[in-house]
Design a protein around this ligand. Structure first.
Ligand code: AR6
Length: 172
């Protein structure tokens, strides 16, 4: 426990009991590898079915934006699917897009009156965002949001790999 409103844990986000867990998805919303694959496997087909409905309605999810579905069989009630940027060399607006992915997920949680939300380390796997820079953006975006918003009571950073876990421990 870092403070009352920001918590850090190491482990598998599919096991986390929160109002919502965030998925590091892709623009298709149709699933993939990494944490996305783990969430769809553990949550079952109800999640994919809702993702397909969202796709049919609005054509997927743009980078930096977020959508919400049921949590299916997960302990979490909802999954907020966001799309982080693919990191190229940092000159394509990647920092701003990563901040937007966190912020739009938080806004969606607040709009749905959700009090606890758990984040994986978005974009730091297959999308190759540098981990230290990503952690700084994630933490700042969450701290700024919590300072302004009373609906979301707690944010849980769920680090899977040791490297991210060490970086977050150092920063929080
Ligand atoms: N629980 C928590 N964190 C996890 C888990 C888990 N079960 N599994 C992996 N991580 P990634 P991205 C961490 O690659 O970089 C997918 O194919 C992992 O250690 O899942 O945003 C999507 O469909 C890393 O720190 O997401 C997209 O196409 C973090 O989750 C693409 O990957 C993010 O790694 C998105 O790439």
């Amino acid at each position: 426990m870092v403070n009352e409103r920001i918590k850090l844990i190491q482990g598998d986000i599919t096991k986390v009991n929160a109002d919502a867990i965030v998925n590091a998805a892709n623009t298709s919303l149709l699933g993939g590898g990494g944490v996305d694959g783990a969430i769809h496997r553990a949550g079952g087909k109800a999640i994919l079915e809702e993702c397909i409905q969202i796709r049919n309605r609005q054509g997927g999810c743009k980078t930096g934006e977020a959508v919400i579905t049921t949590g299916g069989n997960l302990p979490a009630k909802y999954v907020i699917h966001t799309v982080g940027p693919v990191y190229n060399n940092g000159s394509k607006g990647e920092d701003g897009l990563l901040a937007s992915a966190y912020l739009n997920s938080l806004k969606l949680a607040a709009e749905n009156h959700l009090e606890t939300i758990a984040f994986p380390n978005i974009s730091t796997g297959i999308y190759h965002f540098p981990k230290t820079k990503a952690a700084a953006i994630a933490i700042k975006t969450v701290q700024d949001f919590l300072a302004e918003n009373g609906t979301v009571k707690q944010v849980i950073f769920v680090c899977f790999d040791d490297e991210n876990c060490g970086i977050y421990k150092g920063m929080l």
